[in-house]
Design a binder for this molecule. Structure first.
Ligand SMILES: Cc1cc2nc3c(=O)[nH]c(=O)nc-3n(C[C@H](O)[C@H](O)[C@H](O)COP(=O)(O)OP(=O)(O)OC[C@H]3O[C@@H](n4cnc5c(N)ncnc54)[C@H](O)[C@@H]3O)c2cc1C
Length: 453
């Protein structure tokens, strides 16, 4: 059976449902495919924390039911491995009732006019004349095969990127995720006996034994209802589930568990390109995640918004090739991609530090709470680089400080390169060669090997 739409969206998580909503609202005929059956829609293993600025931006198009935003978060408490130093970083946000958030988004997409195909698993893209023109899918319940055809396919299938990763190697959007650029995470949601301190602050704990190359967290939905988990760096082959059971579970007097699960998250610089002929990637499928903390719900919304605008422009032009969809890349790099690249540089450096370095760095406030806030909200600026250059003369551990200084100065350089993202696909290779060269220099300086292919 072959079905025809303007746009076929694969995956009904936050990114896919929000893209489908935005496109259907603009009057496009949209098919939204989801491999889960209807009762499972909304189930997602996640920390469920979302910055308020993402919700505010979303409210231009769609306002969440306040019941889905279950805890008003005031900021982050960040702890050193020895627990002697605590940073309190202000920042408003929410904990989401994730199941109902996911269900609500899909419902909004359907109400806006998208046709929802639950229990439909996209298998391969359909390629015709150098253009993606649809996907093949299995109807899991009927056991039948279908073709969904559209001018544009949106890959919103999460970290696997099921459509883009099955495109020819010669298409730059098919870029594979290297284990070095991936984090593995495991988390449980449970009620406890008693209560946590300061439940309006999400808690992040740095500890290279418990969560090597990552962190562990306790995010409160309320004083006695928590989301606790950890993420580890992909290359280290540490089992996050085993570390959870060993180190985290014994810390809480758990009354009853509500949900458990793991997943992997792309934690890296932006993909070389988020579009190609007839294809657009959003959310985790576009690796649009904060590489430092692995948060990607906000970026799933952002990419859904920006991709929908680019798709609308393509329909106005009547062309669906890489060049016509390219404005999505440029918008993305200018809005968030350059900061994603900056944070990726910082993340690579942090992953080389041990607990001693982290204890020292945090206790001496090599970067203050304000610096951390500025970097996360505005990106790395020259003032942070200058401050570290000055500090080099005065603080002990010159090796550590030099690493931090290099990270900040290369973050600035690489961010600037992403702000000069090419305006046309033909310029991509030349630009990307500069990115690779700058990363190579940086990795040399902080003692990491060559950039993984
Ligand atoms: C343990 C963990 C903790 C996290 N904590 C946070 C946090 O606190 N805050 C935050 O902002 N982010 C967090 N993230 C990241 C965040 O969950 C993701 O970035 C975000 O949910 C991505 O949304 P998405 O729509 O791109 O992908 P997903 O939510 O993964 O949605 C993809 C959808 O595609 C469907 N699909 C997959 N393959 C197919 C196919 N072949 N055919 C049809 N459908 C398919 C899937 O079933 C799924 O519904 C965390 C992630 C993990 C794993």
């Amino acid at each position: 059976m072959s079905l025809s739409y303007d746009v076929v969206v694969v995956g009904a998580g936050t990114a896919g449902a929000y893209t489908a909503y935005n496109l259907a609202k603009r009057g496009f005929r949209v098919a939204l495919l989801e491999s889960k059956s209807g009762d499972k829609v909304g189930v997602k293993t996640c920390g469920d924390a979302l910055g308020k600025h993402h919700v505010d931006r979303m409210a231009k198009y769609l306002t969440p039911n306040p019941k889905i935003l279950v805890n008003d978060i005031k900021g982050v408490e960040l702890f050193s491995p020895d627990m002697r130093t605590k940073y309190v970083i202000p920042g408003e946000g929410y904990m989401l009732d994730r199941f109902n958030w996911g269900k609500w988004l899909v419902k909004e997409a359907i109400n806006a006019g998208a046709e929802f195909y639950e229990g439909h698993t996209a298998t391969v893209p359909i390629l015709e004349n150098g253009q993606v023109s649809g996907v093949k899918a299995n109807d899991n319940r009927q056991g039948t095969h279908k073709e969904f055809r559209g001018r544009i396919v949106v890959d919103a299938s999460g970290s696997v990127g099921v459509v883009r990763s099955r495109l020819p190697d010669t298409w730059p959007i098919s870029e594979r995720l290297h284990p070095e650029d991936v984090s593995h995470a495991y988390r449980e949601v449970f009620y406890i006996d008693g209560s946590v301190e300061n439940p309006q602050y999400i808690k992040i704990y740095l500890d290279q034994t418990i969560s090597p190359g990552g962190y562990w967290w306790a995010f409160p939905y309320s004083s006695d209802f928590l989301n606790v988990g950890l993420g580890v760096w992909g290359t280290l082959k540490v089992n996050p589930n085993a570390n959870y059971k060993r180190y985290l579970e014994p810390r809480y007097r758990i009354k009853n568990k509500v949900h458990m699960g793991g997943g992997f998250i792309p934690t890296r610089r932006p993909l070389k390109t988020l579009v190609w002929n007839g294809i657009v990637a959003v959310g985790d499928a576009a690796a649009a995640v904060n590489p430092l903390h692995g948060g990607g719900i906000g970026q799933a919304l952002l990419t859904g918004e920006l991709a929908s605008k680019a798709i609308e422009r393509a329909f106005s032009a009547g062309r669906y090739d890489a060049a016509t969809l390219w404005s999505y890349n440029v918008d993305y790099m200018n809005e968030w991609g350059y900061r994603q690249a900056q944070l990726d540089v910082v993340r690579l450096m942090l992953q080389t530090l041990d607990n001693d370095d982290l204890n020292f760095g945090l206790s001496r406030k090599l970067l203050t709470e304000q610096d951390v806030l500025d970097i996360s909200s505005r990106g790395v600026t020259l003032s942070v680089v200058d401050k570290l250059r000055l500090a080099l003369q005065f603080v002990g551990r010159p090796g550590l400080l030099m690493k931090l200084y290099n990270a900040m100065s290369y973050a600035k350089r690489i961010g600037d390169l992403y702000l000069q993202y090419p305006q046309r696909p033909e310029e991509l290779d030349r630009w990307y060669a500069k990115v690779v060269e700058t990363y190579r220099e940086y990795r040399d300086k902080i003692g990491l090997g060559p950039m993984p292919a």
